[in-house]
Design a protein around this ligand. Structure first.
Ligand code: FAD
Ligand code: PYC
Length: 417
């Protein structure tokens, strides 16, 4: 009897949730909008939300070829931090951390932001030097980051093996206490619900297959699998598929797309208190609120649109995890998946106007864009509304790949990319 009523409660909750979802996803597109956003991932939905909230632009549609949050937003391992090296990066990722801190209240939706600390392990002298350089640079930029000895690292994360005879001995760690995780799909749903409440249309199963331009070259709208839709401005926020979309407007992008994988274990009681990342062994781990260990691997070494990556990559990751955290050796893995990330030559994003009037692009977040979601949406909305960048995204131009003024954050995501 008890089991049945628990089931009935869950079924009612689901029914309520489904009906409620239908209220904020608009089924039919209008003939035209002021702004069209292509891609209903976290960044696209956040852009639409801030266009409405900060700039009063509500005649907006977000077009999504699949379902909202079904791209990298719903596939990522949710690590949030801002311990990047360069000023431009510290600026945008720390802007995002500040917005994360108030996001659940802002959206009136619990995105489960949890500042449990992100610890990056150093396994050799090079790691030690690089992380210490990051710590100094971060502090100058007002980003919290501190150095831990192996013993202090173990105290912060008791399951960590700091034996000197380990295959990847721990020589210390950089800890950002304000880093942590959030619930990825809640972020997409929270932005979608609030944007919809302000008048934004969110149209799923609507793939953009062409970008239309007038005689003067400016954008006039898009061709979609549901017909032509007019727009004064179009923002492309399509992660791994940006090159394909921008090609429709005749723009060649400095991007390559790679599969990136993650996996989760069976759920267990709370046993892992923080996030641990290891650049050298391409493995990172945290525990979700459901109890699963969330484990991420490096990217494949070849470009591809396959949404599964090479099995040898996750096997290598699991070897490393078991060596660093021997208590997980007998854990069962539940499922693995991949997403397509788009990577720029300097591993920093592009958030900018394009040479086509009325066309804007937000891409190149590679393996690390989830953490930026609120900051990215906020400054991209500013860029579209004002036809000029916000001071925070001024450096993230397309032109930098011609002028050479790069923001070289290679290895910043602490995974292979
Ligand atoms: P997406 O969520 O991918 O949204 C883009 C949307 O565009 C998709 O829904 C797609 O269907 C849609 N689209 C594409 N083409 C079209 C079209 N022609 N018409 C209409 N719609 C279209 N980042 C972190 O910060 N921390 C992490 O721990 C982390 N872990 C990761 C782990 C994995 C396995 C992966 C794959 C990524 C990870 N990332 C992480 C990166 C992060 O997920 C992405 O940078 C971020 O989610 C990008 O968000 P987005 O909104 O730009 O893209
Ligand atoms: O950018 O922190 C990160 C990250 C972790 C896993 C993938 N990306």
């Amino acid at each position: 009897m008890r089991r049945f009523s628990a089931f009935a409660i869950a079924r009612e909750a689901l029914r309520h949730h489904k009906g409620w979802e239908k209220q904020w996803v608009s089924p039919e597109p209008k003939a035209s909008y002021d702004v069209i956003i292509v891609g209903a991932g976290g960044h696209g939905l956040a852009t639409a939300y801030y266009l409405a909230k900060e700039h009063g632009i509500t005649n907006v549609a977000v077009l999504e070829k699949g379902w909202l949050g079904g791209g990298n937003t719903g596939r990522n391992t949710t690590i949030i931090r801002s311990n990047y090296l360069y000023d431009e990066s510290a600026g945008i990722y720390n802007h995002a951390v500040k917005l994360w801190e108030g996001l659940s209240q802002d959206l009136n939706y619990n995105v489960m932001f949890s500042q449990r600390g992100v610890m990056m392990l150093a396994h050799n002298v090079h790691d030690v030097q690089v992380f210490k350089r990051h710590i100094h640079a971060n502090r100058l930029n007002g980003v919290d980051n501190s150095w831990l000895t192996p013993e202090e690292a173990k105290e912060f994360c008791p399951p960590l093996n700091i034996s000197k005879s380990a295959r990847y001995p721990v020589m210390g760690a950089a800890l950002q206490r304000k880093g942590g995780t959030a619930r990825h799909d809640a972020v997409a749903w929270g932005y979608a619900r609030k944007a919809h409440a302000m008048g934004v249309h969110i149209i799923q199963n609507c793939e953009v297959i062409g970008i239309n331009r007038g005689a003067d070259g400016a954008v006039t709208g898009v061709e979609t699998t549901r017909g032509t839709i007019g727009a004064k401005k179009v923002g492309v926020v399509a992660a791994g598929h940006t090159s394909v979309l921008m090609q429709m407007a005749g723009i060649r992008m400095p991007l390559e797309s790679f599969p990136l994988q993650a996996l989760v274990s069976e759920p267990v009681k709370p046993c892992f208190p923080c996030v641990v990342m290891s650049n050298t062994v391409h493995a990172y781990i945290s525990q979700s609120d459901k109890g699963e260990l969330v484990i991420g691997a490096g990217t494949d070494q070849y470009t591809s649109y396959s949404q599964t990556g090479g099995l040898h990559i996750i096997n290598h990751t699991l070897d490393a995890i078991c060596e660093m955290f021997p208590m997980f050796t007998r854990m069962k893995m539940l499922r693995s998946w991949g997403g397509i990330v788009d990577v720029t030559p300097d591993r920093s994003p592009i958030l900018a106007k394009t040479p086509v009037r009325g066309l804007y692009v937000n891409c190149g977040w590679g393996t690390g864009g989830f953490k930026a979601t609120p900051g990215s949406g906020h400054v991209f909305a500013h860029t579209i509304a004002n036809d000029a960048p916000h001071r925070i995204n001024e450096g993230f131009t397309l032109e930098r790949f011609r002028t050479g003024r790069l923001i070289d954050e290679a290895a910043a995501a602490a995974v292979a990319h």
